[in-house]
Design a protein around this ligand. Structure first.
Ligand code: ADP
Length: 586
């Protein structure tokens, strides 16, 4: 793969990991935020239920009060006829006393037209006495249904409150008037103001009428219809108060009564968790608004944890895939190597076989020349011998003739041996042949083949052989090695005045050590490492192929032995070591 693609791929992976980290962290933060908000909403909801209970309990405490008072005979009789100032004074004081005991805000008695004939606040300038409240819905509710309830801003006092009323009935169950208790919630609002949450109570039209924070009261949660506006005007429910919309937008829903909301509140725009709880008895809704508090640390921890898990996963995956790839590569290169080794071995074997064969052929050529020389001489000698023989027979010297036949016989035997040996020398012997042999006999045979040259060149030969020296191998090939060593020695000594050849065969533990030492001047130190290389020769062209030692080396190696060269004295020494044939030894 070109490097540009590799770096592109690397970049792609890095980008993928980075993008993955960003995504995972963002998702974890989002999830953590959602979870925290949902938990918060749940908590706020539980708190809201507590607030609702306290409001409910407060109202319930006063619900029976007007009904009980409506049964009072004094009050009832006051409504049946005209009330004298003394009677009214007594009524006012009575209501004032009961109001103090019950701890309600105001108590008032209305006649059948809605006119207040007595009230607990008669002493105050904002006294209800003498005012008509017939337009208030609780009055008409009481007249028609027996009871009424209504939250409104007091038209006289300007103080908002919850009016609970009960009908005062005559002996024949005719409507005489209404007993009304007004509840204000200053304490409740004060109590609710303790926390940081914003608490609102809205009526059925979505108008906030109780709030624990300034600026939230008389806000509209929904737009008012013209009918609503007309009714509000008629009942003067919120009287002179201006109703301002509270703009808000729902951002996220947790359930029907739980949202994340953006509110344009009195303190400016902000996000709130907005919990609502409908109060069915009153037809109101209680709201709790809480600023969401998602701690930065929580988000950061969630992000770090997610990034940690993600990166661990990525690195484990990378590590595994890398290991897998390395294992695959290793496997592939091992197979490749095995294949190469096999191939080379095969090639080498073929090359070696070829070398052995060509070296043999070269040797054969040389040998043919030697043979011609070797045979010519005996042939001339024999011809002369035969002439002598003929002369002796002509003279009837039969005994002398017999004597003259013996050298002829000897010569023929030697010639036969020579040709016989040559015949076997040229054949290609199967490699790896291992026959039991006597190495000393192989030396004899080689010496025999070179006998003429040894004699002609007047070589001083010393031969020390231990016999039998049992080895396993191929006689012809071993002979080839020896002839090669001997011929090299003779070549080296050709021009030397002193020609000494020392052949020694001895046992060395489990080995046979055969050395050929000459006095031919030795090998140049720098050539020593190369003499076993194929085609290394210092001989003139036509004289040497440079194959002899290479092939010899291979043959000895194949038989499990070693062939080494060194300089010794005034010449070279070649040493062949071969393992002892233990089977033959036993
Ligand atoms: P060749 O005889 O055809 O040159 P060899 O492989 O038999 O090939 O020998 C390689 C070379 O090793 C010879 O050319 C010669 O330089 C050197 N050499 C071998 N034997 C001897 C020796 N006995 N004395 C000196 N040099 C030798």
């Amino acid at each position: 793969m070109p490097p540009i693609y590799r770096s592109l791929r690397l970049m792609f992976y890095v980008l993928l990991i980075v993008a993955g980290t960003v995504l995972v962290t963002a998702a974890a933060m989002h999830h953590a935020e959602r979870q925290t908000l949902a938990d918060d909403a749940q908590r706020a909801n539980q708190q809201l239920a507590l607030y609702a209970t306290s409001l409910h309990t407060l109202i319930e405490r006063y619900r029976a009060l007007p009904a009980v008072l409506a049964l009072d005979p004094e009050l009832r009789s006051a409504l049946t006829g005209p009330v004298s100032p003394q009677q009214q004074d007594a009524l006012n004081q009575k209501l004032e006393k009961i109001n103090g005991a019950a701890q309600s805000s105001t108590l008032e008695l209305l006649d059948r037209n809605g006119l207040a004939i007595a009230a607990s606040n008669w002493r105050l300038p904002s006294s209800y006495v003498g005012h008509n409240y017939g337009f208030r819905p609780y009055f008409s509710q009481t007249r028609s249904q027996g009871t009424g309830r209504f939250y409104a801003v007091g038209v006289t006092s300007g103080i908002p409150g919850y009016f609970l009323s009960s009908a005062v009935l005559g002996d024949n169950n005719e409507f005489l008037g209404a007993m009304v208790v007004k509840l204000e919630f200053p304490e409740l609002e004060r109590e609710w103001r303790q926390g940081t949450d914003t608490l609102l109570v809205s009526d059925a039209r979505g108008i906030v009428f109780i709030a624990n924070q300034p600026g939230w009261r008389y806000r509209l949660l929904e737009a008012l219809s013209p009918t609503d506006l007309a009714e509000l005007k008629a009942t003067r429910q919120y009287d002179k108060q201006t109703l301002v919309p509270l703009p808000h937008e729902r951002l996220r829903r947790f359930d029907d009564n739980s949202y994340l909301v953006r509110v344009e509140g009195p303190d400016g725009p902000a996000q709130y968790l907005w919990e609502s709880l409908p109060l069915s008895t009153e037809g109101w809704t209680l709201h709790l608004l809480r600023r969401p508090q998602v701690a930065f640390e929580d988000l950061r921890n969630a992000a770090l944890a997610a990034a940690g898990v993600w990166l661990t996963l990525v690195f484990v995956l990378l590590f595994l895939s890398q290991r897998w790839r390395i294992a695959k590569l290793r496997q592939r290169s091992r197979e490749e190597l095995e294949r190469l080794v096999e191939e080379r071995t095969r090639e080498l074997r073929t090359a070696q076989d070829g070398l052995v064969q060509s070296a043999k052929l070269a040797a054969l050529g040389q040998m043919s020349a030697a043979l011609a020389h070797e045979i010519n001489q005996p042939l001339t000698a024999q011809r002369m011998q035969l002439a002598t023989l003929r002369l002796l027979l002509d003279h009837g010297r039969v005994d002398d003739a017999y004597k003259a036949l013996r050298p002829l016989d000897d010569m023929l035997t030697r010639m036969a041996a020579l040709t016989g040996h040559l015949k076997t020398f040229a054949r290609k012997s199967p490699s790896g042949l291992r026959e039991p042999l006597d190495l000393a006999a192989v030396v004899d045979q080689a010496m025999h083949l070179l006998e003429v040259r040894l004699r002609d060149e007047q070589i001083h030969c010393t031969v020390d052989l231990v016999r039998p020296a049992r080895v396993r191998g191929d006689a012809i090939r071993l002979e080839q090695v020896l002839i090669n060593l001997l011929r090299n020695a003779l070549d080296a000594m050709r021009d030397k005045p002193l020609k000494r050849l020392h052949i020694r065969l001895e046992a060395d533990q489990q080995l046979w050590r055969l050395s050929v030492t000459d006095s031919g001047g030795g090998i140049d130190e720098q050539d020593l490492p190369n003499v076993f290389d194929p085609f290394f020769t210092t001989k003139p062209v036509g004289d040497g192929l440079g194959l002899g030692l290479a092939v010899s080396f291979a043959i000895i190696h194949e038989l499990g032995g070693r062939l080494t060269a060194e300089n010794h004295g005034d010449g070279a020494r070649f040493t062949v070591t071969l393992p002892v044939d233990l089977e033959a030894q036993i």
